[in-house]
Write a protein that binds this ligand. Sequence first.
Ligand code: GLN
Length: 199
Amino acid sequence: SPTIGVLALQGDVREHAVALAEAGALARPVRRPEEIADLDALVIPGGESTTMSKLAVSFGLFGPLRERVAAGMPVYGSCAGMIMLADKILDGRDDQETVGGIDMTVRRNAFGRQNQSFEADIAFTPSPDRPLHGVFIRAPWVESVGAGVEVLATLESAPHEGRVVAVRQGNLVATSFHPELTGDGRVHEYFVDLVRDAV
Ligand code: GLN
């Protein structure tokens, strides 16, 4: 089975580790640069992307992470993890850094005050038989994508109809929502399959 790290600076690390194990991967929390080197893939969990950015700077992680991403390591980012994979962010802090790698612009805390947290059924194109239940917690949305980015899910009902909430570019996958909180393993299975194809 592939070894998939879960970036354990901050956020819901344990839930991702459980979901990855259920999808057949060996999951391990990682937070030091030398722990990144021998991973087959990485998950960046939800949490608070500004805090994650600060901690990643102080742990010296951005260099090794960007190198591995550039070399093709698969990474899946959920919510704050989506922000970490975006080449550009809107409404970020001035000093906020991202790993980048997906040619997209992501808006932080995009869904507005009344709706900062909500749930919605969404069609996930890799698993079209039945919708996924999306849990959105102060989530970002994808404001725009470059030509190389595949859209995997958009919201289908008002007031946020048409908003892009899941994407893939190469070996990088990102979702605005939190599949690790729903007991539905399809996003993690999709990612583990991608990792198996990549290694
Ligand atoms: N609002 C958070 C951020 O900007 C993301 C929230 C989450 O990951 N649940 O980083």
